[in-house]
Write a protein that binds this ligand. Structure first.
Ligand SMILES: C[S@@+](CC[C@H](N)C(=O)[O-])C[C@H]1O[C@@H](n2cnc3c(N)ncnc32)[C@H](O)[C@@H]1O
Length: 210
């Protein structure tokens, strides 16, 4: 990432990415959005107050876990930014809380708002493929329940922790015109249930000329 980059943080939470980026983005800009009003308010008070070029937007999207009072479906949400706007986007631990239609929409929106040549870092849980277990019985995260074509650890609140069959996620990403860097960097979730490198990390690029 360069100091002049325009950065988007999808599901920015309480600024876990924004805070270290304050030292990096000296000439660029940062936009974060999240469906939690409380977290956005906290970021406004504690981060935008110090750095007005770091902007946080509340998105009134329904999420059973994070915003049960939301009025918009994630599958219909248009990111509030123009096309080809960002050099870099984060979605850390966000696709872990979305269903299949929401994820499809978010990847398509990511493709729209990234500049050609732009990059995104997405963390998630992947199943199957060459490097991940297909069955999770006895593991710290047991994705034992079906959630459409995805899997979840929780039958009553599937958005608590969602996993994607790896092939399906790669297909979805590529169907939006984006490309996935290989090899994928796999996290440690089959062994541990917390820590910075628990989730799988995917680097996604929007091809130049797209
Ligand atoms: C586990 S937290 C991760 C927060 C942050 N990205 C981080 O890495 O610290 C998941 C975040 O996603 C947000 N979220 C859930 N559904 C969302 C949606 N449809 N659009 C945007 N944010 C969403 C939640 O409010 C929450 O802040």
């Amino acid at each position: 990432m360069e100091s002049g980059d325009r950065v988007l943080d999808i599901g920015c939470g309480i600024g876990r990415m924004a805070i270290p980026l304050m030292d990096v983005l000296t000439g660029g800009s940062y936009e974060g959005f999240d469906t939690s009003k409380t977290m956005i308010r906290w970021c406004d008070r504690n981060l935008s107050s110090r750095r007005p070029d770091f902007r946080f937007t509340y998105a009134p999207i329904y999420n059973r876990k994070y915003n049960p009072f939301g009025t918009i479906d994630a599958r219909d949400y248009k990111f509030p930014y123009p096309d080809d706007e960002f050099d870099f986007a984060f979605a850390t631990s966000v696709f872990t809380h979305l269903g299949i239609e929401d994820s499809t929409r978010y990847l398509s929106e990511l493709s729209r708002v990234l500049k050609p040549g732009g990059t995104a870092l997405v963390t998630c849980f992947l199943l199957g493929g060459s490097g991940r277990p297909s069955r999770t019985d006895g593991l710290p995260f047991n994705f034992r329940y079906e959630f459409g074509p995805l899997r979840s650890t929780d039958a009553d609140e599937p958005e608590a922790a969602v996993a994607f069959p790896e092939d399906l996620l790669l297909e979805l990403v590529e169907s939006t015109g984006l490309e996935v860097d290989r090899p994928i960097s796999y996290g440690r979730w089959p062994e541990i249930d917390r820590g910075p490198d628990v989730q799988d990390s995917i680097v996604i690029r929007k091809p130049v000329g797209a």
